[in-house]
Design a protein around this ligand. Sequence first.
Ligand code: NAD
Ligand code: ZN
Length: 382
Amino acid sequence: MRAVVYNGPRDVAVQDVSDARIERPTDVLVRITSTNICGSDLHMYEGRTDFPRGGVFGHENLGQVAEVGSAIDRVKVGDWVAVPFNIGCGFCKNCERGLSAFCLTTADRSVVPNMAGAAYGFADMGPYRGGQADLLRVPYGDYNCLKLPPDAEERQNDYVMLADIFPTGWHATELAGLRPGESIVIYGAGPVGLMAAHSAMIKGASMVMVVDRHPDRLRLASSIGALPIDDSKGSPVDQVLELTNGIGADRGCECVGYQAHDPEGHEHPNMTMNDLVKSVKFTGGIGVVGVFVPSDPAPQDPLYKQGEIVFDYGLCWFKGQHIGTGQCNVKAYNRQLRDLISAGRAQPSFIVSHELPLDEAPDAYKHFDARDDGWTKVVLKT
Ligand code: NAD
Ligand code: ZN
């Protein structure tokens, strides 16, 4: 089968690899039809991680079931399914509580001894191949395949967002504790930040502010009724305080991660947490879904090593704020979000800028990695 293979920093190719296949009775084999490039792929693409050469990317996957293992009884050949990026088992202590991003059964403990959680095509998240390919093996397929309604084939660009970024944006607003009628500021207008803004609008926020500097991304934020805040035109904290009568936003979301830029445009992992603590009100909540990386095990990139980022924790404490963090437990949300899409109440495909054949992945990675104007979200089609 064809697959997007990592050959080294900023070097991917579409190559022939051995076909994904059923390996265990609980596996489902999915013929991928839509698979996204994600901001999370870029950490590996840029060579900042120990992702193995020859590994296959792709954790935002949708397709049609091609084959099922002998222990599968819920999913049928021919079903259209979206596949959550986390690989859960459904029966461990964490999965049972809905914390499928922290599955204890599927985790690979060879690098981090007490590891919880696994994902497709991810550094340090297990040996699972990604779905930027013709076929994907889905472990615990009855649990990890979300069945889609009859309009799945025509609305793939909406439903494929269920694999990761729509639930992740939603999760950011949940971690922040957003309630109807509250204001929220979202740092980052990448795909994840725009999904957080979309979620906040659906949840009935009174004001949704989105901070970034890319005009095309800020325009998309405006297109759904959010207030764009351009941080190249002045302090985002000052702009948020001005819009909230000096009080600050009720809630805040971090949708950038350690690759945040500072006012000069240089990479600076400390930026967004500091700005969030300052722009969220006393007693407000902050949800952090942007990726930060532990200092140990030490990754290759020196900036990436700064897991111990510096922000004014004293101010956070003084203001009585709470912070929620981590990978999104996709399973906890994706049935409800699927039904919002199906009912026409959510259209996460508004962020899709490019729909390209899988074979054009290498060029698409280049543009998306450069944050080239207009390259907001790429869906690869097999
Ligand atoms: P992206 O890189 O396309 O978007 C990030 C955006 O943040 C860019 O538009 C950039 O201009 C903006 N930005 C940079 N510095 C900023 C600053 N100081 N203030 C405000 N905005 C700033 O990536 P994405 O696909 O939207 O993903 C965002 C983050 O979410 C990444 O770290 C990704 O790995 C992570 N992620 C986490 C989960 C999860 O489960 N927690 C899931 C998916 C993605
Ligand atoms: Zn993703």
